[in-house]
Design a protein around this ligand. Structure first.
Ligand SMILES: Cc1cc2nc3c(=O)[nH]c(=O)nc-3n(C[C@H](O)[C@H](O)[C@H](O)COP(=O)(O)OP(=O)(O)OC[C@H]3O[C@@H](n4cnc5c(N)ncnc54)[C@H](O)[C@@H]3O)c2cc1C
Ligand code: SF4
Length: 502
């Protein structure tokens, strides 16, 4: 423990944010860079408790008290070594992880928890600044060739690990740039894309081969993939969005959230947003929210990102509606410490201005004579627990039906599963009851050479889970090819006090 009395002396502090007035005029990151003295102070709050529940709260099993200690000692090289032993991309998680570790921090029982995510970001930014993030060349090559399909955090983490184990890794991506949803979903104001490029440069030097504009299943057929490679890892994400199938769905102005968000990320990157990754024009053209009444349907991260992007476009109004009831403002008794609490969350985009409503159902999109969306018909819901089943049931509140102005509606109601037609059906894979790739561990149940990880396997989730799955799948592939693996897995890193890499 760095400072035994740290948690009594210092308050929890989060990174400083740029003012709303300033940040609404650009797409640069909202948070200011961490500074050394406040990172050290925050690390001093860690109590190095006997059983650090934060390890378990983090899907990667990050070794948190140890890196906090190293930060307190200003030993950035050690802090980076510890952090990078379990997390390939702390620069992603340090920016956008909802930090389940902090919900299970022991200090959090009666005080604000340690600002773990902040410290994580401080370590990795310092590591890049001090040139500690250097390419690490595998000592030997195994001669085994692995295809990774999809370049989101799951595919990138797996590619990183498999390359370190000495395999030849070819990562294929159908978009024009590597990064998955971190590149073309999550807005720049949450994660600047130079953060991805800086990491890709390191991986490329280490020997990972990146191929963009390759739609696997179309440009490279399933049987070619199986013939050419010793193992195939599918990390294709959960790409089929949940639709809102009500009257007026066809009107001009109703869009899936991802269409809007990916166009904006392209604009910021200086890429023409009129065309998709294959050069085909978007059916709905460019989506611009300036001067429009925007309604975002769905209350999660995707919805919140539509709110922030619409505000930056200069929308006339931004409203977000959610089917479910408003969550409790504090940790609810149903999710006690150290569980992830079900509670109301206010994002930086919400802080910038948004009218939020819960327990609302959408009834109809209403258009004008030219087929343009003009209004959204909504109704209030009453949620009650069914005494027989204990499940929540919704009923429309009589007389509450009304219309709100709406020129643009963004559907952010989640994602169902990966695209099944094409590659997955050609590989004759099985799906679980939710339509995701069915695996035994990470190995597909119908073809032993095929593995899956990330959102296409576990369903839509988080970046930290995608990295975790990518690492675990890499270990499973390495074991399949070599009979054993020295790659880190979560179960190893939690109980292994030596931070040694494979
Ligand atoms: C708008 C939005 C905001 C989010 N914000 C957050 C957040 O703040 N924090 C957080 O933790 N999580 C967030 N998430 C969730 C997070 O981004 C995902 O859980 C994570 O990216 C999943 O990683 P993945 O590698 O499994 O798949 P993805 O990131 O979805 O990557 C899959 C990749 O596979 C490619 N692909 C698909 N099919 C093929 C094919 N046939 N051939 C070649 N390539 C193919 C796709 O083009 C894509 O690039 C957000 C998600 C969205 C949509
Ligand atoms: S990756 Fe997320 S959960 Fe894990 S330590 Fe970092 S902020 Fe916490």
């Amino acid at each position: 423990m760095g400072k035994p009395t740290g948690f009594l002396e210092f308050e929890r502090e989060l990174p400083k944010k740029r003012s709303v007035e300033e940040r609404l005029h650009d797409y640069s990151e909202i948070e200011n860079a961490p500074d050394d003295s406040s990172s050290k102070q925050q690390a001093a709050r860690c109590m190095d408790c006997g059983i650090p529940f934060c390890h378990n709260g983090c899907p990667l099993g990050n070794i948190i008290p140890e890196f906090n200690d190293a930060v307190y000692d200003e030993n950035w090289a050690l802090a980076y070594e510890i952090l990078s032993s379990t997390n390939n991309f702390p620069e992603f998680t340090g920016r956008i992880c909802p930090a389940p570790c902090e919900s299970s921090c022991v200090l959090g029982i009666n005080k604000p928890p340690v600002a773990i995510e902040y410290i994580e970001k401080a370590i990795i930014e310092k590591a890049f600044e001090l040139n500690l993030v250097k390419p690490k060349m595998p000592k030997t090559r195994t001669g085994k060739k692995i295809a990774v399909v999809g370049s989101g955090p799951a595919g990138l983490a797996a590619a990183y690990q498999l390359n370190q184990a000495g395999h030849t890794v070819v990562l294929m991506e159908r978009a024009d740039k590597i990064g998955g949803l971190v590149r073309y979903g999550i807005p720049d104001f949450k994660l600047d894309k130079h953060v991805i490029d800086r990491r890709l440069a390191v991986m490329q030097e280490e020997g990972v081969q990146f191929r963009t504009n390759v739609n696997v299943g179309v440009d490279v057929k399933a049987d070619e993939l199986l013939d050419e490679f010793d193992a195939v890892l599918l990390t294709m994400g959960s790409t089929v969005p949940r639709d809102v199938k009500i009257d007026g769905r066809h009107l001009k102005g109703v869009h899936f959230a991802m269409e809007f968000l990916s166009q904006q990320n392209k604009r910021v990157a200086g890429i023409n947003p009129e065309y998709d990754h294959r050069g085909a024009p978007y059916a709905n053209g460019q989506i611009i929210a300036k001067g429009k009444h925007v309604v975002v349907i769905g209350g999660g991260d995707t919805g919140s990102d539509c709110v922030g992007t619409s505000s930056r476009h200069g929308a006339a109004s931004v409203t977000q509606i959610e089917l479910m009831p408003i969550p409790p403002k504090e940790r609810d008794a149903s999710t006690p410490w150290p569980n992830w609490p079900m509670m109301l969350r206010t994002s930086t985009s919400h802080e910038e201005g948004c009218d939020r409503h819960w327990s609302i159902n959408t009834k109809e999109f209403v258009g004008d004579e030219n087929g343009n969306l003009k209004e959204l018909k909504i109704v209030d819901l009453d949620w009650q627990k069914d005494p027989a089943t204990g499940r929540m049931q919704m009923k429309e509140v009589p007389g509450s039906e009304r219309s709100i102005p709406c020129d643009l509606a963004f559907l952010a109601a989640g994602f169902l599963h990966p695209q099944q037609e094409g590659l997955l059906s050609d590989l004759e894979l099985e799906f679980d009851e939710r339509g995701n790739i069915k695996t035994n561990g990470y190995q597909s149940s119908s073809n032993e050479k095929v593995f899956a990880a990330g959102d296409c396997r576990r369903g839509q989730s988080l970046v930290v889970w995608a990295i975790s799955e990518g690492r675990e799948a890499a270990r499973a592939i390495d074991e399949y090819l070599m009979g054993q693996s020295f790659l880190e897995a979560k179960s190893v890193s939690i109980f292994n006090p030596t931070f040694a890499h494979a």
